[in-house]
Unconditional design. Structure first.
Length: 460
């Protein structure tokens, strides 16, 4: 234990010095650091990797160089050190050994991240919200939050994602937990409307909280889905976080109504201008009794987002991930405890934020036992659900697979409408078939001839 503590302290000291060095004239020192890395690297592949990045960092117009420099200049020293140390040392270098020991001890797979909802309450009522059919009156009590996050840390889960409801209605509790678990990184999905200057300043002082702020395009699209005046509040929240030096980005759901806006260079340029370091893209998933299949992005629109994101990666100084169209990079679906899982505000342990079925409630069991969920086991044994990794999802891309897993494992619905898997999945077969035809063409042209990941490997 003392050795591990010394190793952590050494890792923290090294990362802090590296970040401090990089922040001093990042334009020059980024290249120098990578050149040193090439010299120190022993594996030829690692040498080639660092050499290519060093070359990229020398190109003034390179978008990744611009992102690195912007991040180092924008983030406050305390946030820079805390997030850097927690991400690279505690979640990166040290966590795998903790997870490996826990896996050997308990005979389960330990994922890299946990998504947890401190509340079902929300100050907005957004069209098509994935959490709309949960009980919106419930909070998870602080003692349970504290216990579960503590158990996650012990197992080596050092990346805690927070959603809701609107999690910032519990901001005091989130700040308290972040302070207590100061070696974890907390990533909060929020509508942004409650992040004032004082809140942003306090987050910067603690240092290990990052934010993904929901936006649906420009003012017209955002206010249409989220309510009049929300877009201006989101823009102000981004300004408040940038002024405080906190790490943040955007979260956008593309639908039939806004897909063309989300895929536009004008939108992504606005997000860059507002200081977003990253962006998460989600396709609208019709869950719940009020689900609207006509609100889903069409297969053609989904294809266009795939193309736009891959273009941005060569041009725009922002890190963007599309959680459906990037299945090729993750080896398929990451849910079901493979890379992450979801605990909703009532304690139900679900494979994904969009899959509202469970075998157990965290209030009645330990996290170790929860990770033994039959539904999680079915996920991990079945992933990838399709050989075409552009069709990763067991709900909208392979609905027959989700229905089969839910029924075979006896998982129960966690929404208030108690929607069965057969009722949920039945309308999605037509969409899955239509997207499959487009996705198969993209897969054949862009991926099948390239080196593919081990489809059965566990994500880290």
């Amino acid at each position: 234990m003392a050795f591990r503590g010394a190793k952590a302290m050494l890792g923290e000291a090294v990362i802090k010095q590296i970040l401090k060095y990089l922040s001093n004239e990042p334009e020059k020192n980024l290249v120098r650091m990578l050149q040193w890395g090439e010299t120190l690297a022993r594996d030829p592949k690692h040498k080639e990797y660092t050499r290519s990045w060093a070359k990229a960092m020398q190109e003034e117009d390179n978008n990744w160089r611009k992102l690195a420099i912007r991040t180092l200049n924008q983030v406050s020293p305390n946030v820079r050190d805390k997030t850097g140390i927690n991400f690279f040392v505690h979640a990166g270098i040290l966590a795998p050994s903790y997870r490996k020991r826990a896996e050997e001890k308990y005979g389960i797979h330990i994922p890299w991240a946990m998504l947890i909802d401190p509340t079902g309450r929300c100050n907005l009522r957004c069209k098509g919200c994935w959490a709309a059919e949960y009980d919106r009156t419930k909070d998870m009590d602080y003692e349970t939050l504290d216990r579960v996050i503590g158990e996650a840390e012990e197992l080596g889960i050092r990346f805690i994602v927070v959603s809701g409801g609107e999690p910032t209605v519990r901001m005091e509790d989130l700040l308290s937990l972040a302070e207590k678990y100061d070696e974890l990184l907390f990533h909060i999905f929020t509508n942004g409307t409650l992040i004032d200057k004082e809140t942003a300043k306090r987050c910067a002082e603690i240092g290990n909280l990052t934010f993904a702020i929901s936006v649906e395009g420009f003012e017209e699209q955002t206010d249409d889905r989220r309510g009049k005046g929300v877009f201006k509040k989101v823009m102000q929240a981004m300004d408040n976080l940038r002024e405080a030096g906190v790490v943040y980005g955007f979260s956008a759901t593309y639908t039939r109504d806004n897909a063309e806006i989300i895929e536009s260079d004008e939108f992504i340029d606005l997000m860059v201008d507002k200081g977003c370091i990253f962006g998460w893209l989600f396709t609208y998933v019709p869950v719940g009794g009020g689900a609207d299949l006509e609100y889903m992005a069409t297969p053609d629109q989904r294809r266009n987002l795939y193309k736009a994101v891959n273009k941005w990666r060569t041009e725009k100084p922002i890190f963007v991930v599309d959680f459906w169209n990037d299945g090729w990079a993750s080896g398929g679906c990451i849910a079901g405890g493979r890379s992450y899982f979801h605990i909703n505000a009532t304690g139900e342990v679900e494979p994904c934020a969009f899959i509202h079925y469970a075998n157990m409630n965290i209030k009645d069991t330990s996290l170790v036992e929860a990770l033994k969920s039959p539904l999680f086991k079915a996920y991990q044994e079945s992933i990838p659900f399709n050989e075409n990794l552009l069709r990763p999802c067991p709900l909208i891309d392979n609905p027959e697979r989700l229905q089969q897993m839910v029924e075979e494992t006896g998982a129960y619905p966690t929404q208030t409408d108690k929607l069965t898997a057969s009722v949920l999945c039945q309308p999605l077969h037509g969409y899955a078939k239509a997207w499959g035809e487009i996705a198969d063409d993209l897969w054949e042209k862009n991926h099948v001839k390239k080196q593919q990941p081990d489809l059965k490997s566990k994500a880290t």
